[in-house]
Design a protein around this ligand. Structure first.
Ligand code: ADP
Ligand code: MG
Length: 312
Protein backbone atom coordinates (compact mmCIF):
# COMPACT_ATOMS: atom_id res chain seq x y z
CA UNK A 1 0.00 0.00 0.00
CA UNK A 2 1.36 3.41 -0.84
CA UNK A 3 1.44 6.06 1.82
CA UNK A 4 0.38 9.31 0.21
CA UNK A 5 2.00 11.30 2.98
CA UNK A 6 5.42 9.72 2.85
CA UNK A 7 6.95 13.06 1.93
CA UNK A 8 6.04 14.71 5.19
CA UNK A 9 8.19 14.65 8.30
CA UNK A 10 5.36 16.07 10.40
CA UNK A 11 1.60 16.00 9.78
CA UNK A 12 -0.68 17.94 12.08
CA UNK A 13 -4.45 18.26 11.87
CA UNK A 14 -6.81 20.35 13.97
CA UNK A 15 -4.40 20.48 16.88
CA UNK A 16 -5.63 22.28 19.98
CA UNK A 17 -4.02 22.92 23.31
CA UNK A 18 -5.84 24.27 26.31
CA UNK A 19 -3.60 24.72 29.35
CA UNK A 20 -5.42 24.16 32.66
CA UNK A 21 -8.24 22.49 30.76
CA UNK A 22 -11.64 22.80 32.50
CA UNK A 23 -10.18 24.95 35.24
CA UNK A 24 -11.08 28.58 35.86
CA UNK A 25 -7.70 29.66 34.50
CA UNK A 26 -7.99 27.61 31.28
CA UNK A 27 -6.04 29.12 28.39
CA UNK A 28 -6.27 28.12 24.74
CA UNK A 29 -2.68 28.28 23.46
CA UNK A 30 -3.30 26.47 20.15
CA UNK A 31 -6.58 27.03 18.37
CA UNK A 32 -6.71 24.38 15.65
CA UNK A 33 -3.40 24.01 13.83
CA UNK A 34 -3.16 22.26 10.46
CA UNK A 35 0.35 21.87 9.18
CA UNK A 36 2.45 19.53 7.03
CA UNK A 37 6.21 19.85 7.11
CA UNK A 38 8.07 18.30 4.17
CA UNK A 39 10.97 15.92 4.77
CA UNK A 40 14.46 17.43 4.33
CA UNK A 41 13.25 21.01 4.67
CA UNK A 42 14.38 23.74 7.02
CA UNK A 43 11.01 24.83 8.28
CA UNK A 44 10.46 27.91 10.44
CA UNK A 45 7.72 28.66 12.92
CA UNK A 46 7.87 32.42 13.10
CA UNK A 47 5.90 34.47 15.58
CA UNK A 48 6.06 36.84 18.54
CA UNK A 49 6.54 35.71 22.13
CA UNK A 50 3.48 33.93 23.45
CA UNK A 51 2.26 32.92 19.98
CA UNK A 52 2.30 29.21 20.83
CA UNK A 53 5.49 28.11 19.05
CA UNK A 54 7.03 26.24 21.98
CA UNK A 55 3.70 24.64 22.83
CA UNK A 56 3.45 23.35 19.26
CA UNK A 57 6.94 21.87 19.10
CA UNK A 58 6.71 20.45 22.61
CA UNK A 59 3.56 18.58 21.61
CA UNK A 60 5.34 17.26 18.50
CA UNK A 61 8.26 16.17 20.69
CA UNK A 62 6.00 14.47 23.24
CA UNK A 63 6.89 16.87 26.03
CA UNK A 64 3.45 18.51 26.33
CA UNK A 65 0.09 16.71 26.05
CA UNK A 66 -2.31 17.91 23.37
CA UNK A 67 -5.96 18.58 24.14
CA UNK A 68 -7.34 17.64 20.71
CA UNK A 69 -6.27 16.78 17.16
CA UNK A 70 -3.80 14.47 15.45
CA UNK A 71 -0.05 14.58 15.11
CA UNK A 72 2.16 12.25 13.09
CA UNK A 73 5.92 12.28 13.34
CA UNK A 74 7.75 10.53 10.50
CA UNK A 75 4.53 8.63 9.84
CA UNK A 76 3.99 7.65 13.49
CA UNK A 77 0.83 8.86 15.22
CA UNK A 78 1.91 10.17 18.62
CA UNK A 79 -1.12 8.52 20.28
CA UNK A 80 -0.58 5.12 18.69
CA UNK A 81 3.14 4.89 18.20
CA UNK A 82 4.54 7.22 20.82
CA UNK A 83 7.93 5.55 21.08
CA UNK A 84 8.73 5.62 17.38
CA UNK A 85 7.46 9.19 17.17
CA UNK A 86 9.82 10.22 19.98
CA UNK A 87 12.76 8.35 18.46
CA UNK A 88 12.32 10.28 15.21
CA UNK A 89 12.97 13.60 16.94
CA UNK A 90 15.81 15.40 18.66
CA UNK A 91 14.95 18.61 20.50
CA UNK A 92 17.24 21.48 21.38
CA UNK A 93 15.36 23.46 24.03
CA UNK A 94 15.56 27.21 24.33
CA UNK A 95 17.28 27.04 27.71
CA UNK A 96 20.84 25.74 27.87
CA UNK A 97 20.68 22.84 30.30
CA UNK A 98 24.00 21.10 30.77
CA UNK A 99 25.72 19.44 33.69
CA UNK A 100 28.71 21.73 34.32
CA UNK A 101 30.83 18.85 35.65
CA UNK A 102 30.41 16.70 32.55
CA UNK A 103 32.70 16.98 29.56
CA UNK A 104 31.15 17.07 26.07
CA UNK A 105 32.22 13.45 25.54
CA UNK A 106 30.62 12.37 28.83
CA UNK A 107 27.48 14.38 28.09
CA UNK A 108 27.03 12.64 24.73
CA UNK A 109 27.86 9.19 26.14
CA UNK A 110 25.38 9.64 28.95
CA UNK A 111 22.69 10.80 26.51
CA UNK A 112 23.41 7.83 24.21
CA UNK A 113 22.92 5.54 27.19
CA UNK A 114 19.65 7.27 27.98
CA UNK A 115 18.41 6.44 24.48
CA UNK A 116 19.65 2.87 24.79
CA UNK A 117 22.27 3.21 22.07
CA UNK A 118 24.78 0.37 22.70
CA UNK A 119 28.27 1.65 23.56
CA UNK A 120 29.76 -0.18 20.59
CA UNK A 121 27.37 1.60 18.24
CA UNK A 122 27.39 5.08 19.66
CA UNK A 123 28.82 7.73 17.43
CA UNK A 124 30.01 10.16 20.06
CA UNK A 125 33.28 10.90 18.25
CA UNK A 126 31.46 11.54 15.00
CA UNK A 127 28.94 13.85 16.65
CA UNK A 128 31.70 15.77 18.42
CA UNK A 129 33.24 16.27 14.99
CA UNK A 130 29.93 17.32 13.41
CA UNK A 131 29.30 19.99 16.04
CA UNK A 132 32.93 21.12 16.04
CA UNK A 133 33.79 20.10 19.60
CA UNK A 134 36.49 17.45 19.04
CA UNK A 135 39.08 19.82 20.54
CA UNK A 136 36.93 20.35 23.59
CA UNK A 137 35.81 16.73 24.02
CA UNK A 138 37.36 16.43 27.46
CA UNK A 139 36.91 19.93 28.83
CA UNK A 140 34.31 20.56 31.51
CA UNK A 141 31.05 21.96 30.13
CA UNK A 142 31.37 24.94 32.48
CA UNK A 143 34.52 26.03 30.64
CA UNK A 144 32.79 26.11 27.24
CA UNK A 145 31.70 29.35 25.59
CA UNK A 146 28.01 30.05 24.97
CA UNK A 147 28.32 29.01 21.34
CA UNK A 148 30.06 25.75 22.23
CA UNK A 149 27.37 24.95 24.78
CA UNK A 150 24.68 25.56 22.21
CA UNK A 151 26.51 23.22 19.78
CA UNK A 152 26.83 20.59 22.50
CA UNK A 153 23.06 20.82 23.05
CA UNK A 154 22.61 20.16 19.32
CA UNK A 155 24.96 17.17 19.56
CA UNK A 156 22.99 15.90 22.55
CA UNK A 157 19.76 16.05 20.53
CA UNK A 158 21.42 14.03 17.75
CA UNK A 159 22.82 11.00 19.65
CA UNK A 160 20.00 8.68 18.58
CA UNK A 161 20.37 9.87 14.98
CA UNK A 162 16.84 11.23 14.58
CA UNK A 163 15.77 12.27 11.08
CA UNK A 164 14.17 15.42 12.55
CA UNK A 165 15.93 18.06 14.62
CA UNK A 166 13.85 20.71 16.38
CA UNK A 167 15.46 23.90 17.62
CA UNK A 168 13.46 26.19 19.87
CA UNK A 169 14.70 29.77 19.44
CA UNK A 170 18.24 28.60 18.63
CA UNK A 171 19.74 32.07 18.70
CA UNK A 172 17.62 33.99 21.21
CA UNK A 173 20.08 36.09 23.18
CA UNK A 174 23.02 34.96 21.06
CA UNK A 175 25.30 37.61 19.56
CA UNK A 176 25.32 38.28 15.82
CA UNK A 177 28.62 36.58 14.94
CA UNK A 178 27.70 33.44 16.83
CA UNK A 179 24.24 33.45 15.31
CA UNK A 180 25.70 33.17 11.83
CA UNK A 181 28.08 30.34 12.71
CA UNK A 182 25.17 28.48 14.27
CA UNK A 183 23.09 28.97 11.13
CA UNK A 184 25.97 27.42 9.18
CA UNK A 185 26.15 24.37 11.47
CA UNK A 186 22.43 23.80 11.22
CA UNK A 187 22.49 24.13 7.44
CA UNK A 188 25.26 21.53 7.30
CA UNK A 189 23.08 19.09 9.22
CA UNK A 190 20.26 19.78 6.80
CA UNK A 191 22.53 19.14 3.82
CA UNK A 192 23.40 15.81 5.43
CA UNK A 193 19.69 14.95 5.21
CA UNK A 194 18.23 16.06 8.56
CA UNK A 195 14.84 17.77 8.51
CA UNK A 196 15.11 20.94 10.59
CA UNK A 197 12.29 22.70 12.37
CA UNK A 198 13.06 25.88 14.19
CA UNK A 199 11.09 28.50 16.03
CA UNK A 200 12.11 32.12 15.99
CA UNK A 201 10.79 35.59 16.57
CA UNK A 202 13.48 37.09 14.33
CA UNK A 203 12.36 37.79 10.80
CA UNK A 204 16.01 37.95 9.78
CA UNK A 205 16.66 34.45 11.09
CA UNK A 206 13.66 33.03 9.28
CA UNK A 207 14.84 34.72 6.10
CA UNK A 208 18.41 33.44 6.40
CA UNK A 209 17.58 29.88 7.38
CA UNK A 210 14.21 28.60 6.33
CA UNK A 211 12.99 27.43 2.96
CA UNK A 212 9.39 27.48 4.19
CA UNK A 213 7.62 29.28 7.00
CA UNK A 214 4.45 29.16 9.01
CA UNK A 215 3.64 32.38 10.80
CA UNK A 216 2.03 31.73 14.16
CA UNK A 217 0.08 34.35 16.03
CA UNK A 218 -2.19 33.90 19.05
CA UNK A 219 -2.36 30.13 18.63
CA UNK A 220 -3.15 30.14 14.93
CA UNK A 221 -1.22 29.87 11.70
CA UNK A 222 -1.92 33.15 9.96
CA UNK A 223 0.19 32.57 6.86
CA UNK A 224 2.28 29.81 5.39
CA UNK A 225 4.47 29.25 2.36
CA UNK A 226 7.90 29.45 0.82
CA UNK A 227 10.02 32.05 2.58
CA UNK A 228 10.99 33.84 -0.62
CA UNK A 229 7.40 34.07 -1.83
CA UNK A 230 6.21 35.39 1.51
CA UNK A 231 8.93 37.98 1.80
CA UNK A 232 8.36 39.14 -1.76
CA UNK A 233 4.83 40.06 -0.82
CA UNK A 234 6.42 42.55 1.52
CA UNK A 235 7.65 44.76 -1.26
CA UNK A 236 7.73 47.79 0.97
CA UNK A 237 10.37 50.02 2.48
CA UNK A 238 10.47 53.44 4.10
CA UNK A 239 12.99 56.24 4.22
CA UNK A 240 12.91 58.90 6.88
CA UNK A 241 14.73 61.97 5.63
CA UNK A 242 15.79 64.96 7.70
CA UNK A 243 16.44 68.07 5.60
CA UNK A 244 18.91 70.92 6.18
CA UNK A 245 16.19 73.50 5.63
CA UNK A 246 12.52 73.79 6.45
CA UNK A 247 11.17 73.27 2.97
CA UNK A 248 9.76 69.76 3.27
CA UNK A 249 6.39 70.90 1.93
CA UNK A 250 7.98 72.15 -1.29
CA UNK A 251 9.32 68.78 -2.35
CA UNK A 252 7.24 66.97 -4.92
CA UNK A 253 8.49 63.83 -6.59
CA UNK A 254 6.51 62.26 -9.38
CA UNK A 255 5.14 58.82 -8.58
CA UNK A 256 6.61 58.65 -5.08
CA UNK A 257 4.54 58.62 -1.93
CA UNK A 258 5.78 61.37 0.41
CA UNK A 259 4.43 62.11 3.88
CA UNK A 260 5.47 65.42 5.39
CA UNK A 261 6.06 64.72 9.06
CA UNK A 262 7.46 68.07 10.03
CA UNK A 263 8.76 71.17 8.24
CA UNK A 264 12.13 69.48 7.81
CA UNK A 265 11.16 65.81 8.03
CA UNK A 266 9.87 63.54 5.26
CA UNK A 267 8.74 59.96 5.13
CA UNK A 268 8.97 58.22 1.79
CA UNK A 269 7.29 54.87 1.20
CA UNK A 270 8.31 52.89 -1.86
CA UNK A 271 8.42 49.46 -3.43
CA UNK A 272 12.03 48.27 -3.84
CA UNK A 273 10.95 46.25 -6.87
CA UNK A 274 10.05 49.52 -8.67
CA UNK A 275 12.67 52.00 -7.54
CA UNK A 276 15.80 51.85 -5.45
CA UNK A 277 16.94 54.08 -2.63
CA UNK A 278 19.67 55.69 -4.70
CA UNK A 279 17.23 56.89 -7.32
CA UNK A 280 14.97 58.43 -4.70
CA UNK A 281 17.83 60.28 -3.03
CA UNK A 282 19.00 61.57 -6.40
CA UNK A 283 15.51 62.87 -7.14
CA UNK A 284 15.43 64.70 -3.83
CA UNK A 285 18.80 66.31 -4.53
CA UNK A 286 17.63 67.29 -7.99
CA UNK A 287 14.56 68.94 -6.50
CA UNK A 288 16.92 71.35 -4.73
CA UNK A 289 16.64 70.01 -1.17
CA UNK A 290 19.65 69.39 1.04
CA UNK A 291 19.59 66.18 3.02
CA UNK A 292 20.98 66.09 6.56
CA UNK A 293 20.34 62.45 7.50
CA UNK A 294 18.61 59.42 6.02
CA UNK A 295 17.25 56.47 7.94
CA UNK A 296 15.80 53.46 6.19
CA UNK A 297 13.30 51.18 7.78
CA UNK A 298 12.73 47.56 6.81
CA UNK A 299 9.34 46.05 7.50
CA UNK A 300 9.27 44.36 10.90
CA UNK A 301 7.50 41.26 12.11
CA UNK A 302 4.47 43.30 13.13
CA UNK A 303 4.08 44.65 9.60
CA UNK A 304 4.62 41.21 8.14
CA UNK A 305 1.66 39.93 10.16
CA UNK A 306 -0.57 42.80 9.13
CA UNK A 307 0.41 42.54 5.51
CA UNK A 308 0.01 38.78 5.29
CA UNK A 309 -3.17 38.57 7.30
CA UNK A 310 -4.85 41.30 5.26
CA UNK A 311 -3.76 39.55 2.16
CA UNK A 312 -4.96 36.04 2.75
P1 ADP B 1 6.00 31.03 22.30
O1 ADP B 1 6.93 29.86 22.35
O2 ADP B 1 5.50 31.34 20.92
O3 ADP B 1 6.59 32.24 22.96
P2 ADP B 1 4.40 29.46 24.18
O4 ADP B 1 3.98 28.25 23.45
O5 ADP B 1 5.51 29.34 25.14
O6 ADP B 1 4.67 30.64 23.13
O7 ADP B 1 3.15 30.04 24.97
C1 ADP B 1 1.91 30.28 24.34
C2 ADP B 1 0.92 30.77 25.38
O8 ADP B 1 0.62 29.71 26.29
C3 ADP B 1 1.43 31.93 26.22
O9 ADP B 1 0.36 32.82 26.46
C4 ADP B 1 1.87 31.26 27.50
O10 ADP B 1 1.74 32.14 28.59
C5 ADP B 1 0.92 30.09 27.62
N1 ADP B 1 1.54 28.96 28.32
C6 ADP B 1 2.68 28.33 27.97
N2 ADP B 1 2.97 27.32 28.80
C7 ADP B 1 1.96 27.30 29.71
C8 ADP B 1 1.67 26.48 30.87
N3 ADP B 1 2.47 25.48 31.22
N4 ADP B 1 0.55 26.78 31.57
C9 ADP B 1 -0.27 27.77 31.20
N5 ADP B 1 -0.06 28.58 30.14
C10 ADP B 1 1.04 28.36 29.41
MG1 MG C 1 8.90 29.72 22.99
Amino acid sequence: MTNINQNFAIEISDLKKIYNYKKPNAFEALKGINLNIPKKSIFGLLGPNGAGKSTLINIIAGLVLKTKGNVKVWGNDIDINERNAKLAIGVVPQELILDPFFTPRETLEYQSGYYGVPKSENCVAEILETVGLTDKADAYARSLSGGMRRRLMIGKAMVHRPPILILDEPTAGVDVALRQSLWKEVKKLNEAGVTIILTTHYLEEAEAMCDSLAIVNKGKIVAEGQTSVMLNKLDKKELIILLENDNADKIKLKGINITIMNKNLLKISFKPSEINEGEIIEKIYNSGAKIKTINSKEPDLEELFLELTNDI
